[in-house]
Design a protein. Sequence first.
Length: 234
Amino acid sequence: MFNLIKLEWQKHYIGRYFISFFFCVIGIYSCVVLLALDAKNDVDGAMSSFQEFMSLVNILSNITFIIFGSVILSRLIISEFRTKTMQVLFTYPINRKKLLFAKLVLAYSFITVILFTNIWILQMITYFLQPSLQLFEGTVTVQDLLATLPETITNAFMMSAIALIPLFFGMRKKSTATTITSATIIGFLINGTVSDVDTTFNFTDTIIIPVLLALLGVSIAYLSFRNIDVKDVT
C-alpha cells in the first residue's frame, strides 16, 4: 500500500502542490490581517480576542482546503476516469480496490497535513506579530497555542473527510469542473457564518454537523470503490 501511495505521489507530482499551499497560506493570512486592521478603525474597535481572530483564519482555511482537496481528487481520480487512463491502470496486475484506496488515502492524508500545517503556521506567525501589529485585543501566549491544538487536529481530520464529498458529484459526470464547483459550494455552506446584531452561527460551531458530514465523506469514498472489481469503468 505504501509503495502504491508513493508511486501515485511521484506519478502526479503531488510535491508541486506545496507551492500552491504556500500561496494559500499567504493569501489567507493577508485577508485576515487586513480585516483585523480595518476592524481597528470601526466603532467597536479591534477583534476582541485571539480566539475570534483564529476563528476567521479557520473559516477561510477550511473553505480554501476543501476546494484544494477537490483539485487533488480531480487530479488523482476524476481526470483518470475521464481520460480513460484508469482503464489502462486496471489492466495491471494490481487489485482495483487497492489502487483506488491508495489514491483516496493519499488525497485525504495530504489535505489533512496541509490544513493542520496551515493553521499551525498562521498561529505561530500571529504569536510573533501580535505585539507589534496589535491585530486584536490582548496577547497570545504559548498556553493559548497549546489550547487550540486538539481542536486544530480534529478540524483537520473532519474537514479533510468532508473534502471527499465532491467525489460523489465528480464521479457521476467524470467532470473536474463539477468536482471543484461542488467543493466550492460545500465549503461555503459549511463554513459560512450567519449573524444578527447579537449572535453569530456557523455550522462548525455544532460538532454534530461536521461529524455527520465527515462520515458522509468517508462513506462516499468507500462507495466509490466498493464495487469497482465488477464495475465497467467505460
